[in-house]
Design a protein around this ligand. Structure first.
Ligand code: ADP
Ligand code: MG
Length: 263
């Protein structure tokens, strides 16, 4: 029986959103978002400022509560337990478990300034994931190596460039061994010459098969790395498909108009 459950969770999409709605006060910012993110694929979400991209990512990661619709991560309904037709809110402990399965990297990396690079990596793994310090330290060293910062383990965030800090933020998110990584404009706050090093780390993660949802204005990255590009405008998914289709031959007038401004 256990095998059946395990294998069923290995099929189907990593993320499935159905009719997701979210309002702030009377302003509806997500007006019924439905999309799927396949396992091991990279989905880039593009669209004008204010279209609801960050809000959607935040809903996937329990940072916002949705008012309608459903989101499943790896087949697991998030925030709720379904009994028949009824939904019951999950307890905090269950929400924590679900959140720990999803890594998120923000535009502002928000490292703890009083902790070293290694300390930043260890924090959640030891406190939330309850890994032993030794196990977590070994994993942190491997991940710092992978983002090219093993030599900075004992530095403090203020001693690093923005690009290096963002790479630490990625390593820190990976410490939780997430099933899914969400990136919200991870390079938007960086000086142009530092963007490449962060995108390179993301590319290598993608190449290793990590499932990623990336909100970005880096159209080159989307074209090169995305399996699917989603164009959002005004709280809806206007158009989605492979990058060739959406970026090079957009069908919708709103996509065409947006791309004419950013490409
Ligand atoms: P994007 O990331 O595409 O720029 P956002 O998801 O940040 O868009 O925002 C979508 C809309 O929701 C914007 O109009 C924004 O002002 C509004 N919004 C986002 N977060 C909040 C909040 N916490 N309270 C009120 N309004 C919000
Ligand atoms: Mg945003």
């Amino acid at each position: 029986m256990t095998t059946e459950i395990a294998s069923s969770s290995l099929s189907g999409p990593m993320v499935r959103a159905e009719g997701v709605r979210k309002s702030f006060g009377r302003v509806e910012v997500l007006k019924g978002i439905s999309l799927e993110v396949a396992r091991g694929e990279v989905t880039c979400v593009i669209g004008p400022s204010g279209s609801g991209k960050s809000t959607f990512l935040r809903c996937i990661n329990h940072l916002e509560k949705i008012q309608a619709g459903r989101i499943w991560i790896d087949g697991d309904l998030i925030g709720y337990r379904q009994v028949g037709e009824k939904l019951h809110e999950l307890r905090d402990r269950e929400v924590c478990r679900q959140r720990a399965e999803v890594g998120m990297v923000f535009q502002q990396w928000n490292l703890f300034p009083h902790l070293t690079v290694l300390g930043n990596c260890l924090e959640a793994a030891v406190r939330v994931k309850k890994d032993s310090r030794q196990l977590a330290t070994e994993r942190a060293q491997r991940l710092l190596e992978r983002v090219g910062l093993a030599h900075k383990a004992d530095s403090y965030p203020s001693q690093l460039s923005g690009g290096q800090q963002q790479r630490v933020a990625i390593a820190r998110a990976l410490m939780m061994e997430p099933k899914l990584m969400l990136f919200d404009e991870p390079t938007s706050a960086l000086d142009p010459e530092l963007v490449g090093e962060v995108l390179d780390v993301m590319k290598s993660l993608a190449a290793e098969g990590m499932t990623m949802v990336v909100v970005t204005h880096e159209m080159g990255f989307a074209r090169e790395v995305a399996d699917t590009v989603v164009f959002m405008d005004d709280g809806v998914v206007v158009e989605y498909g492979d990058p060739q289709q959406v970026l090079a031959r957009p069908q919708n007038g709103r996509t065409q108009s947006f791309l004419s401004k950013v490409l």
